[in-house]
Design a binder for this molecule. Structure first.
Ligand code: 8YV
Length: 324
């Protein structure tokens, strides 16, 4: 019988990282690579020393209420951890970690991709051409919106928000306005080239592009709804690479249909992988399947960051990215 520390990976990971983990751990993989059921997760908590979930694993109090779990650490593959009930984990004596930093740049890059794609008809132009509907160049074809020099409002100014601000400010000469419960001090804001907004209305009323970069909490859930869309500039564009639950998706579809908003670029949805039909029907929405951190380099770095948390924890040390 093996006396190695046993860990469960809830989904398939990049092969190189799975192989590295297998050198140090007894690894139980979910070879079907489908979200694990609550029963399967509870069984994993009973039988493995560590469990490595992703955003597709809803680890609520019902799942975590396992009598005397063998699992002592939930090492999440991802920076966001709203899918894990931290209080329930604490009550079961389970430590929780995440993977900050390593996905900042790639998520910020994808945010810029959505800003450019929505403003410049990248997806609709591609669709039109593939459908054989391009009749040739003309001055009035797919008139986009200029990005350079416009105002970008960032709701949430943590690591990813800051990385977006650098790209937008330095690369595209955008004026960047930010909102965060812990705003940068005046000097830092000056150094970063951003302006701090007084409140959400101030940001919405002054931005051509509004991009979300905050976690979902009871306070921020559906923070962008009908009345917020009414505050936004006519013709503004909403970008969301954070979490779908921040936005009232029905109100978003309404704001797009009424042309209050020119476009939206979404990488995340309230009930993934479900994407509301009313959003799919609107051509001015660019829809991506949660690709923020999806580069080979970043997914491997996320796996390595999980491994570091596991290694330190099982060596009896404090894991570097402990969130509970
Ligand atoms: C991850 C993300 O790929 O890290 C996050 O919070 O949203 C994504 O980029 C996903 O969460 C993996 O669990």
């Amino acid at each position: 019988m093996s006396s190695r520390t046993r860990i469960v990976l809830s989904r398939r990971w990049p092969g190189r990282i799975e192989a590295l983990l297998e050198e140090d751990y007894e690894v139980w993989r979910n070879d079907h690579d489908q979200p694990m059921s609550a029963a399967a997760m509870r069984q994993a908590l009973r039988r493995a020393d560590g469990f490595c979930p992703t955003v597709t694993d809803r680890m609520d109090a019902g799942v975590l209420r396992v009598p005397s779990p063998r699992t002592r650490i939930l090492a999440n593959f991802g920076v966001g951890f709203e899918h894990i009930d931290l209080d329930a984990a604490r009550r079961s004596g389970i430590v929780v970690t995440n993977t900050p930093d390593v996905l900042t740049d790639c998520t910020a890059d994808l945010t810029m991709a959505l800003i450019l794609a929505t403003a410049r008809g990248v997806a609709s132009g591609d669709r039109m051409l593939r459908a054989g509907d391009w009749a040739g160049w003309r001055p009035t074809h797919i008139p986009g919106v200029r990005v350079s020099g416009k105002t970008l409002g960032l709701v949430g100014f943590g690591r990813i928000g800051r990385a977006v601000a650098r790209r937008a400010g330095l690369g595209f000469g955008m004026r960047v306005r930010v909102l965060d419960p812990r705003p940068p001090a005046d000097e830092e804001a000056r150094d970063l080239g951003v302006e701090v907004c007084a409140d959400l209305d101030d940001l919405l009323e002054t931005s051509d592009f509004v991009s979300l970069h905050c976690p979902v909490t009871p306070k921020t859930e559906r923070m962008i709804g009908q009345s917020q869309f009414r505050r936004m500039r006519p013709g503004a564009i909403l970008i969301n690479t954070a979490r779908g639950a921040l936005v009232d998706e029905r109100a978003l579809a309404g704001a797009l249909r009424s042309k209050r908003l020119a476009a939206a670029g979404l990488d995340v949805y309230a009930r993934e992988p479900e994407v509301p039909a009313e959003l799919r029907e609107i051509g001015r929405v660019v829809l991506l399947p949660h690709l923020g951190s999806a580069t080979q380099e970043t997914r491997e770095a996320m796996g390595m960051r999980v491994k570091e948390n596991l290694d330190r924890f099982f060596a009896g040390e404090e894991p570097p990215d402990r969130v509970a």
